[in-house]
Design a binder for this molecule. Structure first.
Ligand code: BJW
Ligand code: ZN
Length: 265
């Protein structure tokens, strides 16, 4: 039995740990964002694990995050997979099993509705859980991949795979080589098409929303400065302050599932 299977993950939604009453300025700031959105033709959104935390998917960092119990370099790097593919696949099987039970929350649903509201709306997500597409979003770049896709380490073919649990170790039906999760691990490059599409959306938007990301993982950590330099009004929605908070035009603290639907009231 592998170490993470023995580790009992304590996952307590943040809202149960402390209650936050929105300050008065919250409403004023919300009105400012709505006014900016009302004038915008093009909106770009960047999401991170915080938006799916409201669906019960653990985040990576922080008191209840995955990296508190698991070391990233042991599980989310090509070196880790080369060293012990069984361990890595067992971790992904555990996460696939967890995510399979989760559903999109009102924040995912509101972002899907935004596509219909604006002439141009592009969603860049670092999340691999597929919950944005499950909510109905179509204009999405999943820049860190998708946990429901596998890639052949031999022929490179990418296929959808929703087996839970996936038989370990999985092999390619076409060439017989080992399959890996179609996920971008540390030290790996992102898909150039995703990067190009994201850069175009960041440079052309009038409003950028950054929702539920700690803003420490590159290249996504550089997206807010790109949009800001191009003249966008940049808004952060997060439970806590982040390195982006000092850079953005407005930073609202709260839970994604409460704040995001209010933007479209
Ligand atoms: C809520 C909430 C609620 C909670 N409502 N909010 C040194 C300097 C600069 C860069 C590097 C460096 N050394 C290496 C690098 C590059 C590296 C990197 O950035 N490392 C940093 C950690 C320093 N990046 C890469 O390697 C990337 N590739 C790359 O850059 O290629 C070129 C290159 C390679 C090597 C060297 C240099 C260049 C690839 C990055 C791939 C990241 N993949 C992961 C793991 C995938 C595994 C998997 O999922 O199976 O993707 S890392 C992990 O972090 C995951 C996430 O997508 C990503 C971002 O995390 P996110 O979403 O921000 O989550 P959290 O948990 O951090 O934050 C949650 C936030 O939500 C918090 O702020 C909460 O407050 C908030 N929140 N509940 C609202 N209800
Ligand atoms: Zn193959």
């Amino acid at each position: 039995m592998t170490s993470f299977l023995l580790t009992k993950v304590r996952y307590t939604p943040r809202h149960r740990q402390r209650s936050r009453r929105p300050p008065m300025s919250h409403d004023r700031n919300m009105d400012t964002i709505k006014a900016k959105l009302a004038q915008a033709r093009s909106v770009t959104v960047l999401t991170g694990a915080g938006i799916s935390a409201d669906s019960g998917v653990p985040t990576f960092r922080g008191a209840d995050g995955l990296w508190r119990n698991f070391r990233p370099e042991e599980l989310a790097s090509p070196e880790a997979f080369a060293r012990d593919p069984r361990l890595v696949w067992e971790w992904y099987n555990w996460r696939r099993g967890l995510i399979a039970t989760k559903r999109p929350n009102p924040a995912h649903v509101a972002l899907a509705a935004m596509e219909r509201r604006f002439e141009h709306c592009w969603l860049i997500t670092q999340n691999v859980d597929g919950l944005h597409r499950a909510a109905g979003s179509e204009n999405v770049s999943e820049i860190h991949g998708n946990i429901w896709r596998v890639r052949c380490t031999g022929c490179g073919e990418v296929t959808e795979n929703r087996e839970v649990p996936i038989p370990i170790l999985p092999h390619c039906g076409a060439c017989g080589a080992l399959l890996r999760p179609h996920i971008v691990w540390f030290g790996e490059s992102l898909d150039p098409d995703d990067l190009e599409r994201s850069a175009a959306a960041l440079r052309s938007c009038q409003v950028m929303l950054i929702i539920g990301t700690s803003g420490v993982v590159y290249p996504a950590a550089s997206f807010a400065p790109i949009a800001k330099a191009a003249g966008a009004f940049v808004v952060e929605l997060n439970l806590d302050p982040t390195p982006n908070s000092g850079l953005v035009d407005l930073s609202l603290q709260g839970r994604a599932k409460d704040l995001v639907p209010r933007l479209l009231d």
